[in-house]
Design a protein around this ligand. Structure first.
Ligand SMILES: Nc1ncnc2c1ncn2[C@@H]1O[C@H](COP(=O)(O)OP(=O)(O)OP(=O)(O)O)[C@@H](O)[C@H]1O
Ligand SMILES: [Mg+2]
Length: 337
């Protein structure tokens, strides 16, 4: 493991068995299919992709909530073994998780004090003075102030933004090395969204925290991540420094995603036509070859529909794309498109 990496994911596969009548296996949903990547210490990366492409399944597999069918997770030099409970307890304390749905994530009958105290009790922090001290510091950091007023509040007494900041505080109260934030702002309105992303960015720098930020919204990735990965049909199809991907997207799917976030004004009407029609692929019976080929207007017959593309270099250093159009250096999306 490279010394600067905190997390190394290697050939991760997560499949869900689909059963009929509760016991007859009819197939496997291949939610995560051969995914590899690394996160350095103190680095933030984004994972983007449309609904159902496998983002949360990947996050939950990394968190140890799902067992991978194949592949390895190496954290701080330790290859995780899900059957080693002591090791998994150590690991879970080092990784904070911001769940996708803040409303569902907070127990309705617990005060903020109890909610934030729970992870510390589970992790054996016995000194109640220390627990309350940490709670107060984390609440200050997340701007849940005045702290003394908030401590006795229940989740329903909070605004959406305050609920989400509570979920983030709970993920940070054990001082983790890695934060996995699954759509942390998607349910909030635009002004609160920016406020929380800016706060996360500040916390990431101040704590030198590694972050995996998951979103379906490309317009938010610039906020605090330097690298971005685009997921489609259970696979990472493009990875790049953020600026290079936003300025020069390479994969036809990434190009379509970027067009989809263009401002809806009259001048952009043409770009909307670029979004490919068709459905996201079935993860139960994924298409042969590149999973995007049924929606891709640049499809090369006999190649894209037969062979899974490997990663090819394109553009800047660190920019890779799993697309056959880039199989030869200097090639890419045809000019006459
Ligand atoms: N526990 C599970 N059991 C069976 N299938 C699952 C399970 N969790 C997810 N899936 C399936 O795996 C696929 C990927 O789902 P996942 O929730 O990872 O997508 P996502 O990219 O996070 O989507 P969204 O943006 O809507 O949150 C979907 O087809 C989903 O139905
Ligand atoms: Mg999800």
């Amino acid at each position: 493991m490279a010394a600067k990496n905190l997390l190394e994911i290697e050939n991760l596969h997560t499949w869900f068995e689909l059963k009929k009548y509760g016991f007859v296996t009819v197939g496997n949903v291949r939610a995560v299919d051969n995914v590899s990547f690394t996160i350095e210490k103190g680095e933030a990366i984004s994972l983007v992709g449309e609904s159902g492409c496998g983002k949360s399944s990947l996050a939950k597999t990394i968190l140890g909530l799902y067992n991978p069918r194949e592949g390895h997770i190496n954290f701080a030099g330790t290859v995780l073994d899900s059957s080693d409970e002591e090791q998994m307890d150590w690991y879970r304390a080092k990784v904070g998780y911001v769940q996708q749905d803040p409303y569902g994530a907070l127990p309705p009958f617990m005060t903020l004090k109890k909610i934030l105290e729970e992870p510390m009790k589970i992790n054996g922090i016995k000194d109640s003075e220390e627990r309350i001290q940490r709670i107060k510091e984390t609440m200050e950091e997340l701007k849940l102030t005045p702290v003394d007023d908030f401590l006795s509040k229940f989740p329903h007494m909070l605004s959406g933004g305050q609920q989400q900041r509570t979920v983030i505080a709970r993920a940070l109260v054990l001082d983790p090395d890695l934060l996995i934030a699954d759509e942390p702002v998607s349910m909030l309105d635009a002004s609160v969204r920016i406020e929380i992303l800016e706060l996360l960015q500040k916390i990431q720098h101040e704590r030198d925290l590694s972050v995996m930020y998951i979103t379906h919204d490309l317009s938010t990735v610039r906020y605090f991540s330097k690298r971005i990965m685009v997921m489609y049909g259970g696979k990472i199809v493009e990875r790049s420094p953020v600026g290079d991907l936003l300025d020069n997207p390479a994969h036809p799917y990434s190009i379509a995603l970027l067009h989809a976030i263009s401002e809806p004004d009259a001048e952009n009407v043409d770009t909307y036509k670029e979004v490919p029609s068709g459905e996201p692929p079935s993860l139960l019976n994924p298409p042969e070859g590149c999973r995007f080929h049924p929606r891709c207007k640049y499809k090369i017959d006999g190649l894209c529909d037969e062979e899974i593309p490997p990663d090819f270099g394109c553009g800047m250093e660190g920019h890779q794309v799993a697309c056959w159009l880039y199989r030869q250096e200097g090639e890419g999306i045809p000019d006459d498109s």
